[in-house]
Design a protein around this ligand. Sequence first.
Ligand SMILES: [Fe+2]
Length: 331
Amino acid sequence: MPHIFLSTLGAKVRKRIRLHQVRMGMYVEELEGAVVASSRIVGSILSRDDIDLMMNSRAMSVVIDTRKGLDVDQGARDGVVNDLVSYASGLSSWFTTEEIRLAREAIQDVRPCVRDLLVEARARGSFRLDAADKAVERIMLKAMTNAGAMIAVAKLKAKDEGIFLHSLAVSALMVTFGRNLGMSEQAVRLLGIGGLAHDLGKTVLPIELLRKPGKLTADELQVVRTHPTRGYELVKQIDGMPKPVLDICLHHHEKFDGTGYPHQLRGSAIPQAARIAAICDVYDALTSFRPYKRAWSQAEAIDAMTQSRGHFDPDLLNAFISKMVINGTIH
Ligand SMILES: [Fe+2]
């Protein structure tokens, strides 16, 4: 949604923006359509608690005063500029050159392990837990300080790197989201492994199908939709495979209202790890650059995800917006 300028005299200082566009350092003048009223939120947004309060208010929109606090970052976040060149220049406004360099280095570092994982799955239909573990250990270490840059750099997906960079980005998103949700490092590690493995079932599908540009036929779609079950079968062969990893492979396409696949699970019957995976998977898919499609800006993706009623766990989606988007962890 473009900004609506409320003040026309002199500088445009009062703006109506969407809830998820609010950032720390903005000055909030009014919450419009709040279901839960809280006068504490009016004023400068200084802490994560302020952001949580605001998210819980379920306001339709927010009026900010740009004389008293930060403005919205016009451009990529706004859905106006989101071609590849603009995105590349946006990267350098969000991160330092050193952070981008370290993010690229981290991706190169993890690449051999993830490649082993994918090659082994395609060639032998098996899962290399040791390679996944090694990759996640590195992702967890790098995500400690540089998650945002790593996730941002991984959005630039070349033709042959789609599955590799998507698995890596979903893993890094899940690790960071799990940490921001206050989960233990062990639980976070399993989310990271699940993120790497979630689409493993795709590696055993015909490659032409995965690379087909444009719309799939109904029959082709049916085949693609077998990938959660195929991935689960593949990962399940390993003795002692942790349950969250199995859950993520099998259930990351379930929807909260029971209309997903493969089992049409509903609400809390969908394991939490899979509900987390669904959000991270769709967020990365929507915001990534592919050779054949323009990427959505963060604002467009979050708009679409919040409007896609029934798809995601609403509480987890709210947490993703407040703890990952609004606080500026990811761009
Ligand atoms: Fe998938």
